[in-house]
Write a protein that binds this ligand. Sequence first.
Ligand code: UD1
Length: 327
Amino acid sequence: MKTLIVGGAGYIGSHVVREFLDRGHGVTVFDNLSSGKRENLFPEAEFIHGDILDYTGLSRAASGRRGGFDAVVHLAAFKAVGESMVNPEKYSVNNINGTINILNAAVEGNIKNIIFSSSAAVFGQPEYLPIDEAHPTNPESYYGFTKLEIERFLGWYDKLKGIRFAALRYFNAAGYDVKGRIKGLESNPANLIPVIMEAACGMRETVQIFGNDYDTPDGTGVRDYVHVSDLAIAHAAALEYTSKNDKSITVNLGSESGISVLEIVEAARRITGKPIPARIVGRRAGDPAKLTAASKKAHELLHWTANNSDLDTLIKTSWDVYQKPRR
Ligand code: UD1
């Protein structure tokens, strides 16, 4: 299939591009390189340096220089939860307006499928665990709100314009390509595993552990970490699903197991052999104690399981990239 991957130079996007190329899909990457990296691009994929806020450029790209696209994969968004609470304008413009541009460009380009990076942040504080797709959506952050609103736009464009979508609600994306082909580091990461990796290789002094008084076995926050290579596979399976069945889906993507902050720090110390200084600080606002996914729907509809999402693979594949010498 011919695919336009918007945000394909980013951390998750580049893994999706690699998976699509491996499966023989045609790939055009559209990215403004604001957080994506040139080193994440692959020569087999066409690259268009463009911005989703530039509708003219985007619609030209979506209409395809060499015939149309079968699908657009949309991974272009800001994703810092804390920042979204102090600068919601930035998230409104990029995440919401940018997506509306993508949807309208898809209509113009007659693209019939869209695979969208949604997030477990749409759920907010859990009412029960594990979180399945029927769990109420009540985002705690503006970031999560933008993701939920976009899901609703997708629903309308499905109804009114026949664009089938897959909304993939990632839990905590982590790790790097299991075959070591992607090496771009995220700049100024706020997520736990990259922060730990930066401490392991001396890019920062300590890891702050946000609270050890949660109602969890060791008192630190528990999350469902899902390997990016698994997420990439899910995107390919989702495209197969929407295109074959002419049907939209919303699914949770998680490993279905919970790992605590301390367990990750300890595993990282063991695997890297580095001391990784860590210090307990206060809780971070809005952080739930525990989040885990029920991914039954993804198993059933996409025949997908998070096979690479065990703790050691998450850390080892990250460390392989972080310990490489940089220019
Ligand atoms: C959040 C979103 C998730 C989103 C992701 C994108 C929620 C509930 N989850 O995940 O949907 O896709 O951001 O960025 O909004 N921690 C530390 N020290 C650190 C960093 C994190 O102790 O320096 C702890 C956190 O308190 C948490 C865990 O590590 O318990 C994971 O945090 P993080 O990696 O930031 O992801 P989430 O906030 O869970």
